[in-house]
Design a protein around this ligand. Structure first.
Ligand SMILES: [Zn+2]
Ligand SMILES: [Zn+2]
Length: 170
């Protein structure tokens, strides 16, 4: 099944799309590989697809622990890898860590990453896609995806980190 994009904002309700649930998609992916959707994997997928956010593996382990779910660390790491391979999760390689987020049933978008507080901001801009397609056309390439990540410092960090002039401190 092809990826479904919701119309409108980034907060699209992924449950009303009339497509298979992430759990069903993952089960299908595993079965094709001769693998099984074990209970810990099911718990994990449910938990991950409950809310849209950007998270790293350690955060997920902590989250699950806080929620009283017992999923081993190695299962978390291995399942994340499988979820990326299946196309359900997208991997964001940031300068200092790797984050994950939903890809399945979620509208295409790009990111800004604050290297000071680690905040990730999502945005959609048609011009990014237009540029991608124009560059691809010029190279006789048919684009199926792209990665565009702006790294820098967010406005809150700029405000709090602007050093006072030396003279003010004396
Ligand atoms: Zn920041
Ligand atoms: Zn995102």
């Amino acid at each position: 099944m092809s990826k479904t994009e919701t119309a409108g904002g980034l907060t699209g309700d992924t449950t009303s799309l009339g497509v298979d649930t992430p759990v069903e998609k993952f089960r299908e992916f595993l079965e094709i590989r001769g693998d099984k959707l074990t209970e810990p994997r099911r718990v994990l997928v449910r938990h991950i697809f409950n809310t849209h956010k950007h998270f790293d593996a350690d955060e997920l382990v902590r989250d699950l622990h806080d929620a009283g779910q017992t999923v081993s660390r190695s299962t978390v790491y291995r399942t994340l890898r499988l979820l990326v391979d299946s196309g359900l999760l997208r991997e964001l390689r940031l300068t200092n860590r790797t984050a994950f987020e939903h890809d399945y049933g979620y509208p295409a978008h790009d990111h800004l990453h604050c290297t000071s507080c680690n905040r990730i901001v999502e945005f959609r801009n048609e011009q990014v896609k237009e540029l991608r397609d124009a560059v691809s056309r010029a190279h006789g390439f048919r684009a199926s995806g792209h990665r565009f990540l702006i790294s820098g410092v967010c406005s809150a960090c700029v405000r709090s980190h602007t050093p006072r002039r030396r003279l003010d401190l004396i």
